[in-house]
Design a protein around this ligand. Sequence first.
Ligand code: THU
Length: 132
Amino acid sequence: MSLLDRARAVRENAHAPYSGFKVGAAIRTPSGRVFTGVNVENAAYPEGTCAEAGAIAAMVAAGETAIAEIAVVGDAPAPVTPCGGCRQKIAEFAPPGTPVVMANLRGDVLREPIEALLPHAFAKAHMDGGRP
Ligand code: THU
């Protein structure tokens, strides 16, 4: 099963009764393991979490800290692109060149490296005083 298929499959488990917009995410790490996540909403709307954040949390909890590829999918007219906050969360663990695969349920797929989604990303190097 492709990484995108894993994201599609887990999407079914999203808890999105408020937006009605289910999102699934799947991360493959350099070790070959796959971690998945879904958006989890609650009655206090701003407190919901994105699918990408769930997948990242699962990866880190398992002791892994590198993203080799990430896939995101939702039922939308165009491929679902990660929100701004999730772009920063992905960039924390995804080196430049890491593919972000974005898709919808009707087969449209967009594939971009993380730096195309978050140019001039704020990074740890800024705080080190060095060049990013
Ligand atoms: N959402 C995600 O989980 N990931 C994205 O990339 C875009 C948006 C969720 C957040 C919220 O639960 C719902 O989609 C509508 O914004």
